[in-house]
Design a protein around this ligand. Structure first.
Ligand SMILES: O=C(O)COP(=O)(O)O
Ligand SMILES: [Mg+2]
Length: 226
């Protein structure tokens, strides 16, 4: 097996437990010869800034696939249904006190503070006909279009880069990385990952957080896969 690029999640994967950027992971990523794409549920400016500070090219998937840029000098493409998410948000707001995260910057989906009963919210949402789903990343709960995810984002970005999604190895830690693993050629979950991502993974590291990302890349290098 030989892969041409890596797509890596940010929070929980190249961070430390306290959410600081893991410098060992940064150093490892900087040493790579293959392109590295960042894929996050966070907003586009956060993803682009992280890419810049790591020393990458600005190829990012943000808002769980809703927002994409291939380079710093190009504007993002946005795809999603904020309107549909807003309808679901209004409905759920009748049952819970919900707090939006970064609503000013978020263009295609809604992220919420994790301080309400998610199971109950999902059950309530199922009684309605919104074309949205809720996903818990362990950092936020997202209300997002069922048609948009990091996997769809990777397909789109790979095409812009002249690659196939299957040319990528994906590294991630949570439920919002499952479709990314399905689209990529190989998926590696870090040890702190949740059940869903470990199930979707081809390989699970022994180490957690940024150490896990370092281990994942070393695993690929030692097999000659990148
Ligand atoms: O934005 C989130 O909820 C989590 O971000 P991540 O996808 O980089 O882990
Ligand atoms: Mg994550």
């Amino acid at each position: 097996m030989k892969f041409k690029a890596i797509v890596v999640d940010i929070d929980g994967t190249i961070t430390c437990e306290n959410r600081e950027l893991h410098l060992g992971a940064v150093k490892k990523i900087r040493s790579l010869k293959v392109p590295v794409v960042l894929a996050t549920g966070n907003i586009l400016c956060y993803a682009r800034t992280t890419s810049k500070l790591i020393g990458l090219d600005g190829a990012v998937i943000a808002e769980n696939g809703g927002a994409i840029t291939v380079r710093y000098d190009l504007n993002g493409t946005f795809e999603g249904s904020l309107e549909e998410c807003e309808k679901a948000f209004s409905f759920l707001s009748g049952h819970f006190k919900l707090t939006k995260l970064d609503p000013f910057y978020r263009k295609t989906e809604i992220a919420l503070r994790r301080d309400f009963d998610l199971k109950k919210a999902i059950n309530l949402l199922e009684t309605q006909n919104f074309d949205v789903e809720m996903v818990d990343t362990k950092y936020a709960i997202h209300i997002k279009s069922t048609r948009i995810n990091k996997g769809v984002g990777l397909e789109k970005l790979a095409e812009m880069m002249g690659l196939e999604a299957a040319d990528f190895v994906a590294i991630g830690d949570s439920a919002n990385d499952v479709e990314l693993f399905e689209a990529a050629g190989f998926g590696i979950a870090v040890a702190n990952g949740d059940e869903k991502i470990k199930e979707a993974a081809n390989y699970v590291t022994d180490a957690s957080f940024g150490e896990g990302a370092v281990e994942a890349i070393e695993f690929l290098e030692s097999n000659g896969w990148i």
